[in-house]
Design a protein around this ligand. Structure first.
Ligand code: HMG
Length: 390
């Protein structure tokens, strides 16, 4: 029985900042951000969006009544959660109108956790093939204004419906994992922005990719020439390019060109949004599948998931004949329609997140066009609005 991703959708903010403009404001050469980091635009998340609303906005448009009736597992992977106890998935399940007979959990291991959620969901469907599982990676990447990590911020959520006989990708059951206690990136409970040793984290990422990829090839008696495309967690798109380049010499020259061409489609959307943390690998997959005209049924896709701290996983999936049917086809238009904000507005919005204290707060939502918005906090409880219910 095939099990895997049946539908794949994405939500981010309607606002972005131009990276050349941000570079100039930070006294950096625009090409450092555009080429050296590999980012053209960065999503600016307004206070009216948090990981709950981003997750609900990603999942709602793809779910039919039949999907909703079949879902009995919801996993939200996030490292920007809103509560130290209650799972983001419970809020999301309520906003989506899911059944109460559902297992709802939040998972955390930096950017890796959505992959853990996906593998858990796939195993669940292997045991319960008539059911469906919803896995969402939802995050807001924050390092702080004027920090080296600033051009690698971003945010958004990727929602995946996992089922038997999936439309998009059938997952192979042959992951290679690596996990060690490493301090490359972390966020203590008292910080709203991540702490990071940027250069060290980039080196560890490459080490992890090489380790799990080479081990995978050895275990499966395969070579790099067997893959149609390799996809990567993309904290900034140059990172994925560096990882790809680190293994390219083992490919023949035609395959090197093919992998590099597919990589440009893999990174196309991330270049316009920035880091999504948990959702990043899967936005890259969506980007490859929506933008690459040279893909066909049964193509073998390699996926490298990385989460600081650190955990890496390499696994593979096979493209299904009707894969376009399960994709977020409206995404290119939605990204193109986003509104550009200047650096001063981005900085104001960055500072305007819901304050993490006990006071009642109200958030202006009039300019946010999304279905689900955060309207504020009352009696220490976040208040969410579903515009289709109001
Ligand atoms: P930096 O110090 O600002 O940048 O930090 P740099 O000086 O290293 O320059 C970056 C690149 O731009 C270099 O290219 C320069 O040569 C180039 P590279 O040598 O790396 O190929 N450059 C130029 N290129 C063209 N024209 C120019 C020019 N000037 C310079 N004029 C860094 C960059 C990414 C370290 C920083 O932004 C950072 O700390 N980011 C956050 C950490 C991060 O994203 N790490 C990635 C790996 S860890 C990971 O993926 C996990 C993560 O997603 C979190 C999680 O798991 O939860 C982060």
């Amino acid at each position: 029985m095939k099990v895997g991703i049946d539908k794949l959708h994405f939500a981010t903010s309607h606002l972005y900042v131009d990276m050349a403009e941000l570079a100039t404001a930070r006294q950096a050469a625009p090409d450092k951000y555009l080429i050296g980091i590999g980012q053209s635009k960065m999503a600016v998340i307004p206070p009216s969006q948090d990981v709950v609303t981003l997750a609900a906005n990603a999942a709602a448009p793809m779910l039919t009544a039949e999907d909703i009736a079949a879902i009995d597992l919801v996993v939200v992977a996030t490292e920007s959660g809103i509560d130290n106890s209650k799972a983001t998935a419970i809020y999301v399940a309520r906003l989506l109108g899911l059944s109460k007979r559902v297992r709802t959990i939040e998972m955390k291991e930096a950017c890796y956790a959505a992959t853990a959620g996906l593998q858990l969901a796939a195993d669940h469907i292997r045991v319960h093939p008539t059911k469906k599982a919803l896995v969402i990676g939802s995050d807001i990447a924050r390092y702080g204004l004027h920090t080296p990590g600033e051009p690698t911020q971003g945010g958004g959520a990727v929602a995946m419906l996992v089922s038997a006989d999936p439309q998009v990708l059938a997952l192979d059951d042959d992951s290679v994992l690596l996990s060690e206690d490493i301090m490359d990136f972390w966020r203590p409970l008292y910080h709203t922005n991540a702490l990071v040793d940027g250069k060290y984290s980039s080196n560890i990422y490459i080490d992890y990719f090489q380790d799990v990829f080479q081990e995978y090839l050895q275990q499966q008696s395969m070579s790099i020439n067997d893959f149609t495309a390799l996809t990567f967690h993309l904290p900034y798109t140059k990172m994925g390019l560096k990882a790809l380049r680190s293994v390219l010499p083992s490919a023949d020259s035609a395959q090197q060109n093919r992998l590099l061409a597919h990589f440009e489609n893999n990174r196309y959307f991330s270049r316009q949004v920035g880091n999504l943390y948990t959702g990043s690998l899967y936005l890259g997959v969506l980007s490859l599948l929506l933008n690459d005209a040279n893909l066909k049924a049964n193509d073998l896709i390699g996926l490298f998931s990385y989460g600081s701290g650190a955990e890496g996983e390499f696994y593979t999936a096979r493209l299904q004949p009707d894969y376009q049917t399960g994709l977020d086809l409206g995404l290119p238009q939605r990204l193109a329609r986003r509104q550009r904000v200047d650096v001063a507005t981005y900085e104001t919005l960055f500072k305007q997140q819901l304050q993490l204290n006990a006071t009642d707060q109200q958030i202006e939502t009039a300019n946010d066009p999304h279905r689900f918005v955060l309207t504020g906090q009352l009696n220490e409880q976040r208040q969410y609005l579903d515009r289709q219910q109001s």
